[in-house]
Write a protein that binds this ligand. Structure first.
Ligand SMILES: [Zn+2]
Length: 249
């Protein structure tokens, strides 16, 4: 962790590598801000996962699907945000903590949902596919997701072309499913369910489908999606209240 390296020399990359029979290695830069803390939480989530897996499973079972691997990392981010949010020590930073909670759902679930539907609408489109058509579908879907007041400007009217992995729907979708599963486990932890530790141990030894079935992770999707968006709306309301308080001071 390059905490003491000057900002200029810092690397923007971060990753975690699990080495069987040794221990996981983490590489990341650290700027003493909330983003760095969340990156650290993310990579530590991977590291703990590798650690538990290596302790409990023979080497031959240590292959896994990337979407399963992201679950503990994203869960770790959610838990850190939850911890910061509930600890009075950090009350002066409440607005930026809530903002991060909103961004987490917006980027990892809502926006990926928008992008997936964008691809679907292109597939269903009967007109000739050219830049104008793609811009038009992009404008329509942004209005549908962000409301009529949201207008795309000169800079983002074609921002569909900057979307990472847009047409690789599998990798995009996988990240959204990982985020959804991380939330589902988070809600279970909040309800006092300790099953999630078993999940971390077993996750790598199972086929993704089998895992989802065994831990009941694919059921009640609608219920949990509603819970995620309830959380999202609650955070937005709270952010607005804090803004009003600030203005009235
Ligand atoms: Zn990751």
């Amino acid at each position: 962790m390059d905490r003491s390296v000057s900002k200029r020399k810092k690397s923007y990359n971060s990753y975690c590598v699990g080495v069987y029979n040794v221990h996981p290695y983490i590489f990341l830069n650290y700027n003493r801000d909330i983003d760095s803390l969340l990156i650290l939480a993310h990579e530590l989530g991977h590291a703990i996962h590798y650690y538990i897996m290596n302790k409990n499973l023979p080497f031959r079972y240590t292959e896994f699907d990337s979407f399963i691997g992201e679950v503990p990392a994203l869960l770790s981010e959610i838990l850190v945000l939850d911890y910061l949010y509930n600890d009075k020590k950090y009350s002066t930073y409440k607005k930026s903590i809530i903002n991060k909670k909103i961004e987490f759902i917006k980027y990892n679930i809502y926006n990926i949902g928008l992008e997936q539907e964008y691809v679907e609408r292109i597939m269903r489109c009967n007109n000739e596919i050219n830049k104008q058509t793609l811009d038009k579908i992009w404008a329509d879907i942004n209005t549908d997701y962000y409301g009529k007041k949201y207008k795309l400007n000169h800079f983002n009217k074609s921002s569909w072309n900057k979307t990472k992995n847009l047409f690789d729907d599998l990798s995009n979708c996988k990240y959204m499913i990982s985020s959804y599963l991380a939330f589902k486990i988070y809600f279970n932890i909040k309800d006092g369910n300790k099953e999630y530790l078993k999940l971390l141990i077993n996750a790598f030894s199972m086929e993704a489908k089998e895992l989802l079935k065994q831990y009941n992770l694919s059921s009640n999707s609608e219920y949990y999606l509603k819970a995620i968006f309830y959380e999202f709306n609650k955070n937005i309301d709270e952010y607005r209240i804090l803004e009003c308080v600030k203005k009235s001071l």
